[in-house]
Design a protein around this ligand. Structure first.
Ligand code: NAG
Length: 148
């Protein structure tokens, strides 16, 4: 059991070793394609602004919190409620391994973020979004990007 845990940790560490930081416009394109623009009423700019303040577009960003849970990836999604990491104490509402939220393929992270917005009724989950983005003009965030 313990050895398996350590092995899983080593595997997940080697997966996250490859760090990818997206540019703002590349991210905008991926977000539009994934249907985030106006998802639950939140415009594209809100998503880009949120990702900027949460992770600086770094797909491998990880932050260990005081309670021992970990925030993962571009949207800094927390392991306690939303994903499953090696500590296994979690609720895993997104039915996904936390390691899948720190790859440059954003599919799982976006699916999970959509679920968070649905289940928590909005983007309030992201405190940096609340602080820096909520209620402000978000059109600047997609400026210069080839998205409609
Ligand atoms: C992205 O985050 C990872 C994990 O925190 C870090 O090691 C890496 O240096 C970051 N990359 C950049 C370009 O900031």
């Amino acid at each position: 059991m313990k050895a398996a845990g350590i092995l899983a940790l080593i595997i997940s560490l080697s997966i996250i070793a490859e760090s990818k930081v997206y540019t703002r416009c590349k991210l905008a394109k991926i977000f539009v394609k994934a249907g985030l623009d106006n998802y639950e009423g939140f415009t594209l700019g809100n998503w880009i602004c949120m990702a900027y303040y949460e992770s600086h577009y770094n797909t491998t960003a990880q932050k260990i919190l005081e309670d021992g849970s970990v925030d993962y990836g571009i949207f800094q999604i927390n392991s306690f409620t939303w994903c499953r990491n090696v500590r296994r104490q979690q609720k895993n509402h997104c039915h996904v391994a936390c390691s899948a939220l720190v790859t440059d393929d954003l599919t799982d992270a976006i699916l999970c973020a959509k679920k968070i917005v649905k289940e928590t009724q909005g983007m309030n989950y992201w405190q940096r979004w609340k602080k820096h983005c909520e209620g402000k003009d978000m059109s600047e965030w997609k400026r210069g990007c080839e998205v409609s």
